[in-house]
Design a protein around this ligand. Structure first.
Ligand code: C5P
Length: 238
């Protein structure tokens, strides 16, 4: 991977062009940020762990009929992916109350929600990724109504599949954030990553946090927690 081919560098990943105009290489870094870049650090081996965890999850989703941008794994930190234009929405699903929603309603974290909460945020660092509704998304030209419907229906399926997958390895899928992109034919497909960086994952028995909250809240043993998630997933889908 040469810097001349770098198309984009984000907080946790770099994107490189390839000879095929419809494909890119995504490289996972160890850099970690939180609170809209206010907290910065590194998590040893995070790039390797998140790339592997994402691959296992995306392979499982693909087997179950969810299309993703992942083409194949190239090395421990690099994936060949379909080139997509990212839709600037962060789609969040909450199965258990935690994080910003617990704070918003001044409620304790940990209440299991009978009906999951779907949220969308406008992905724009300068604004701090504000939560918006469907009307904002359409008015701002981020997605059409039909596209939102498509995104929500894929999100619902992804949530059901992931809840089931994590449940089988003794993990409670508290919440997660996903992103979609449009491929060169205009199809909306799951892009970005699904890893402990963008999910809250609690051990089902002890409710120990196995995700980025260990970094955000200085709880220690971050790499070990990510390793644990990978090891458990490997047992059933590896
Ligand atoms: O902070 P909040 O409770 O809104 O986060 C909900 C979920 O979305 C968490 O799993 C968090 O890791 C993820 N998230 C993310 N990137 C953001 C905001 C939230 O991955 N910019």
């Amino acid at each position: 991977l040469v810097e001349a081919n770098k198309l984009y560098e984000g907080k946790a990943k770099k994107v490189y062009k390839t000879e095929n105009p419809n494909e890119v290489i995504i490289y996972y870094k160890d850099d970690a940020t939180a609170f809209n870049n206010l907290k910065k650090g590194q998590i040893h081996n995070k790039g390797i762990l998140n790339s592997q965890i994402t691959t296992l999850i995306y392979d499982y989703l693909k087997k179950n009929g969810v299309e993703t941008h992942l083409v194949e794994n190239l090395s421990e930190r690099a994936q060949l992916c379909k080139k997509v234009e990212i839709i600037p929405l962060e789609v969040i699903v909450r199965n258990t109350l935690a994080g910003s929603t617990a704070k918003l309603f001044k409620m304790e974290e940990g209440q299991i929600l009978e009906n999951p909460i779907f949220e969308i945020c406008y992905k724009k660092d300068e604004l701090g990724d504000p939560m918006i509704n469907d009307y904002h998304a359409v008015a701002l030209g981020l997605a059409t109504k039909d596209e939102l419907e498509n995104i929500y229906s894929q999100t619902k399926k992804i949530n059901e599949l992931l809840k089931d997958l994590f449940d089988k390895v003794g993990i409670e899928l508290v919440d997660f954030k996903i992103e979609f992109g449009k491929d060169n034919e205009g199809n909306i497909i799951l892009a970005d990553e699904i890893s402990p960086d963008c999910c809250r994952l609690w051990d089902k028995e002890t409710r120990k946090k196995l995700d980025k909250d260990r970094f955000r809240r200085d709880l220690g043993d971050i790499e070990e927690a990510y390793q644990e998630v990978l090891a458990r997933l490997n047992k059933i889908v590896g």
